[in-house]
Ligand binder design. Structure first.
Ligand SMILES: Cc1cc2nc3c(=O)[nH]c(=O)nc-3n(C[C@H](O)[C@H](O)[C@H](O)COP(=O)(O)O)c2cc1C
Length: 203
């Protein structure tokens, strides 16, 4: 009876959840894996930090890339977002409302990597639409993905769930969300947080 129950549960799980598996931890050592850090990040005027030359998420991406000796890929739109914060808000809002897929510059062969960190800022609890443009170009079957994000109060805000759904067939590990103004202005402290998080992931 117990066995029958387990089989029924397994079938239901497969039928309802055949997107990404979310395995929270891993026992495998990651140092022999081929690792990529792909991220979206916007510099210029932003909330709580004034006008910056390097985006908050990019700061995390570079720290992760350095510590894991990974290749990095910056997801950039062909049409840049306005430098003015309020104008950027207007453009991003319209893209979200339209469920747009803004064109991005270049690409990277995700399929050649084992582990892919994917970074983004929190835009109203949703990934910037350009991240969808990027992930929808690739086959995520069997890949390990690890989200990281910056925000100004909302944390990861469900973006990891959206990412897992968009990366069908992948296995997602525990991500990290750091306040953007902290990443920008307290980099030594931020680096410590990144290092200890990477340790939990066996890097
Ligand atoms: C269009 C837009 C929407 C945002 N929405 C939120 C939000 O809902 N919650 C939040 O905590 N921060 C929000 N922020 C702040 C960003 O998540 C934060 O500044 C982030 O660190 C920016 O990262 P970046 O410099 O890598 O682009 C928003 C910023 C922008 C530009």
């Amino acid at each position: 009876m117990k066995k029958l129950f387990s089989i029924i549960c397994a079938v239901i799980l497969c039928l309802t959840g055949c997107t990404a598996q979310t395995n929270k931890t891993t026992k495998k050592n990651m140092n022999d894996k081929k690792v990529l850090v792909a991220y979206f990040s916007r510099a210029d005027e932003n909330y709580n930090v004034g006008t910056i030359t390097k985006g908050n998420t990019q700061i995390l991406a570079e720290m992760i890339g350095e510590e894991t000796k990974a290749a990095t890929f910056h997801i950039e739109t062909v049409k840049p977002y306005p430098a003015n914060y309020m104008q950027c808000i207007d453009v991003a809002k319209k893209e979200k409302y339209d469920n747009a897929r803004p064109e991005i510059n270049g690409d990277v062969k995700v399929e050649e990597y084992d582990v892919i960190f994917i970074g983004m800022p929190n835009w109203w609890g949703e990934m910037p639409m350009a991240v969808y443009t990027f992930v929808e170009k690739h086959n995520w079957q069997g890949k390990t993905i690890i989200p990281f994000a910056t925000h100004e109060g909302s944390g990861m805000g469900g973006m990891d769930k959206h990412l897992a759904k968009a990366c069908k067939g992948s296995n997602m590990l525990d991500g990290i969300a750091i306040q953007g103004s902290v990443a920008q202005n307290q980099q030594a402290e931020t680096k410590k947080k990144i290092t200890s998080w990477l340790k939990t992931l066996k890097f």
